[in-house]
Design a protein around this ligand. Structure first.
Ligand code: GUN
Length: 277
């Protein structure tokens, strides 16, 4: 039987550790996350609210900036400039996606790399790829924590990452490489995808297609990490992995919900605690 990796419990453990760390080091008044949302995307509103609640839970400050849908790029950039300058703000997060008139890359580049708790700025992405210190994108960082805290060895293992996004696939590959795995990155044009995935001791799936990965992609005893989250017609959530079909073959697997999802906010809080100006 596959071990079910409990992301909810592990994320709670991390938040509790951070809460104690903030208390013991009297950081509560020194740290403040500024969360910026432009527009009315309902999913973004939920995420932003959860981020503010998490700040409150671990005992650090937060400020939120809710901008209208028709905000111009210049208006958003001047808010970022102001937050970059503000010494009481130690972390800045601009919730994505942004309204169509605003270029996300320009916005991400404007955030000071020292306050970029999402780890999206090219300086932080570059630091990760050359093994220097910097903020690491939260979802991939959370997956490393899930593996380590579940006593799953990474060093020397064959790791296949399906998906090459800047937020998950690419940083995930860099982190697994840093942990001394042998890493293959796959994407929509990869030939013989099931065959390549079947090589994996650790398979990490972030392709954004519901239940795409079935048992034909899985090596016996593999660890499977599912980054996807989709709402099905029956209202239930599923991942990129067909859990029922795949779980019997795995040594360990993340469920959806309750696997990777809760780790993103826990790692955001970890980045916020490490931020100081
Ligand atoms: N939208 C969906 N996920 C994220 C995230 O991790 N950070 C930001 N800024 N926006 C998102």
């Amino acid at each position: 039987m596959a071990k079910i990796i409990d992301g909810k419990a592990i994320s709670q453990q991390i938040k509790d550790e951070l809460k104690s760390y903030v208390e013991e080091n009297d950081l509560g008044k020194k740290l403040c996350l500024a969360v910026v949302q432009a527009g009315e995307d309902p999913a973004s509103k939920v995420y932003v609210n959860n981020k503010k609640k998490a700040c409150e839970y671990i005992g650090i400050g937060s400020q939120s900036f809710e901008l209208p849908e028709d905000t111009t790029q210049d208006e958003l950039l001047s808010l970022i400039d102001r937050l970059n300058e503000d010494e009481t703000v130690t972390g800045i997060l601009v919730q994505l996606p942004l309204p169509g008139q605003i270029d996300e890359d320009t916005v991400i580049r404007r955030i000071s790399p020292k306050k970029d708790v999402d780890g999206f700025h090219p300086m932080n992405v570059g630091a990760l790829s050359i093994g220097e210190k910097g903020f690491v994108s939260c979802t991939p960082a959370g997956i490393i924590e899930l593996l380590k805290r579940s006593d799953i060895e990474i060093e020397g293992k064959e790791c296949v990452v399906v998906g090459r996004s800047n937020i998950v696939g690419k940083p995930m590959s860099m982190l697994m490489l840093r942990e001394n795995a042998t890493v293959t990155i796959c994407h929509s044009r990869t030939r013989k995808l099931p065959e390549v995935c079947k090589r994996a001791d650790i398979l990490i799936v972030a392709i954004g297609k519901p239940k795409f990965i079935d048992h034909t992609y899985i090596k016996d005893g593999a660890v499977v990490i599912d980054v996807g989250i989709h709402r099905m017609e029956n209202g239930k959530l599923c991942g990129d992995v067909d859990y029922e079909d795949v779980a019997p073959l795995c040594s360990a697997i993340t469920p959806v919900p309750g696997g990777v999802g809760p780790m993103t906010i826990a790692m955001l809080m970890s980045n916020c605690v490490q931020a100081d100006c």
